[in-house]
Design a protein. Sequence first.
Length: 180
Amino acid sequence: MSDVQMGRELLGETAIRDKVAQLGRQISADYRGQELLVVGVLKGAVIFAADLVRQITVPVYLDFIAVSSYGKATRTSGVVRILKDLEESIAGVHVLLVEDIADTGLTLHYLRENLLARGPRSLKLCALLDKPDCRRVEVPLDYVGFQIPDQFVVGYGLDFDGRFRNLPAVHLLSREAEKK
Ligand code: 5GP
């Protein structure tokens, strides 16, 4: 068994629920009268995307894309690779890309360029969490849940070595665990 421990709670269930509802209202207003394809980035954004789409009142289609991730390390490799692509063309479609967290920005930057090249009618970016101090490349975030400090977090979809995704709240990872 791993001795990795989750640290203190950073964002509680109620705060997350309220924020997701607020984002859903904003997105519903912005896309009023239109249809929207929500693209969740696997696996981290799956729980956020599942909750968010249920707060959106315009017609929503849902798809997922998977990119290479950190694995055991908590720092980005800077290399992004598509592991699972979208099922259908997004040409002429309003697309909202939903990510768990913007850290260096490399993943969202890569996905933004990649999706824009497919000719969507529009493309907006949504991240539940944003670590602005960590940015290595600028990405235009249209919807952000919470700005957080430069600390590794787990829960609500976010993992450490595959664990903790099922926690209903967002927690810090203990310092001991981060050094591993
Ligand atoms: P970026 O490409 O912006 O550096 O990182 C994006 C990805 O890195 C996220 O989708 C997520 O998988 C991972 N990541 C960045 N920061 C954290 C963090 O604090 N906790 C966890 N669990 N993953 C993170």
